[in-house]
Design a protein around this ligand. Sequence first.
Ligand code: GLN
Length: 192
Amino acid sequence: MPRKPIVGVLALQGCVDRHKPHIEAAGGTFRAVKTAADFDAADAFILPGGESTTMLKLIEVFGLWDALARNFAAKPVWGICAGSILMAQTVYVDGSKTQQQKSFGLMPFTVVRNGYGRQLDSHTAMIDGYEVSFIRAPVFESAAHDVNVKAMHEGRAAWISKGLYMASAFHPELTMVYPSPMHREFLALCAQ
Ligand code: GLN
């Protein structure tokens, strides 16, 4: 039998452990990853939700940028909320679009941080028959034509993919029905 894919969840900050039961139920092995050696040993990555500025700071402080970029170039990556912000080509800090934020630029799409509003505007929604959480979520504003829109929310793309990469503006991992359709989809991508 082929080995189960090791899904490394970047464990610098944010919602990491909640992915474990989803990954296992979808046929993968969960691993919390935070060093270059951990990254090299993983088959795929989830960049979790949390706070993108904090993650960027920690990536900088621990000197992890190059090791991450090298691994992202060759393996499936799914960015969730803050993680999707790290993946986007263009990141605006807010709706005024005056200030941009550094990112890995893995997928050709633009995000506006906190585009769905403040913490009080956080909400749940049904995507693909599954309850997901939008928590100070980014708005995916525009994506290149070759980006596949897998789900919309409030008239905007909220779950997208291209090649080995997937991004969702929402968190599916907080719902305790395993696995989420998004984890199932990502593990299918890992098996390709
Ligand atoms: N608002 C956060 C950011 O801009 C993302 C929130 C989340 O990941 N739930 O990084």
